[in-house]
Design a protein around this ligand. Structure first.
Ligand SMILES: [Zn+2]
Length: 81
C-alpha cells in the first residue's frame, strides 16, 4: 500500500480559477426608426447597453466603459447615443 504526499499535490493540480473577461451586452428595448448608413434599410433599431467586465466564477467583479448605443437589426451597424 502506497501512501504519502501524492494526494496533496494532485489536489493542487486540480485547483483553478474560472476567470472571464469580455463585453456584456444588455438589450434595452426598441430604438428609433432609422435609415442605416451602411445597408440603407429603414427599420426600427434596437437599443443596447454595453460594458466591459471581468468575472470570477461567473460573478462580475469589475465593470467599466459603459455606453449606450443603437444597433441596426439587419447589418449590425451601431450608432452611439
Ligand atoms: Zn444596417
Amino acid at each position: 500500500m502506497v501512501s504519502g504526499g501524492t494526494n496533496e499535490s494532485a489536489y493542487a493540480d486540480a485547483m483553478f480559477f474560472l476567470f472571464g473577461y469580455g463585453t456584456k451586452r444588455q438589450y434595452l428595448g426598441d430604438g428609433h426608426t432609422r435609415t442605416c448608413p451602411r445597408c440603407h434599410n429603414t427599420t426600427q433599431w434596437r437599443r443596447l447597453r454595453e460594458s466591459k467586465q471581468v468575472t470570477v466564477f461567473f460573478v462580475p467583479v469589475a465593470r467599466w466603459n459603459r455606453r449606450q448605443f443603437e444597433e441596426c437589426g439587419i447589418c449590425g451597424t451601431v450608432v452611439e447615443g
